[in-house]
Design a protein around this ligand. Structure first.
Ligand code: SF4
Ligand code: SF4
Length: 176
């Protein structure tokens, strides 16, 4: 078989050889798109409001019992660019351990969502926060005071995770 010869499928018809009908067809698609619904927004004048599917800045979940994190360290071990630092402390409450220190270096984070995927407590989730500005390297390292977000603000993402994840989330009193 001669590889330089076009196959039957690759051979052009008479109209394709003329090119003009194909150009007209392409322009037709372009004009159809011009009057169709717009897929772009004029950011930042227009704000983008993504749904639960969006993977923005990872945050820690704060519910009525306090922070959910039990400082198991799984997220920090799985994080590919080593962006998470967790230091555990003991507590006499039911959950026994909590993060004395929890930091995410947003200069390293690649928004992969693996921390969220491995967390056994649904304690770290990807928020919808997409607007991040840091004036220096220190301000890009977020501690607990910036990471903790009330669970009510994360409902979209939590519902999305429950629909798509492969394991059962831990049962919680407020879910009953
Ligand atoms: S989203 Fe990925 S890179 Fe960012 S902190 Fe989580 S595991 Fe690390
Ligand atoms: S956020 Fe989740 S995975 Fe990370 S230390 Fe806390 S409980 Fe463990």
């Amino acid at each position: 078989m001669n590889v330089n010869q076009p196959s039957e499928r690759q051979k052009m018809t008479f109209w394709e050889k003329l090119y003009l009908p194909e150009i007209a067809r392409g322009l037709g698609i372009t004009f159809k798109m011009l009057i169709g619904p717009k897929m772009t927004i004029q950011y930042p004048e227009e704000k983008y409001h993504p749904g639960g599917y969006y993977r923005g800045r990872p945050v820690l979940v704060l519910d009525e019992d306090g922070e959910r994190c039990v400082a198991c360290g799984l997220c920090s071990r799985v994080c590919p660019p080593l962006a998470i630092e967790v230091r555990a402390g003991e507590t006499d409450r039911e959950k026994e351990r909590y993060p004395v220190k929890f930091e995410i270096n947003m200069l390293r984070c690649i928004f992969c969502g693996l921390c969220e995927e491995v967390c056994p407590e649904e304690a770290i989730v990807m928020s919808k926060d997409l607007e991040m500005v840091f004036e220096n390297r220190e301000s890009a390292i977020l501690g607990k005071e910036k990471l903790l977000v009330p669970v009510a603000q994360l409902q979209d993402r939590l519902e999305y995770l429950r629909m798509h994840q492969y394991y059962e989330p831990p049962a919680r009193a407020q879910d009953a």
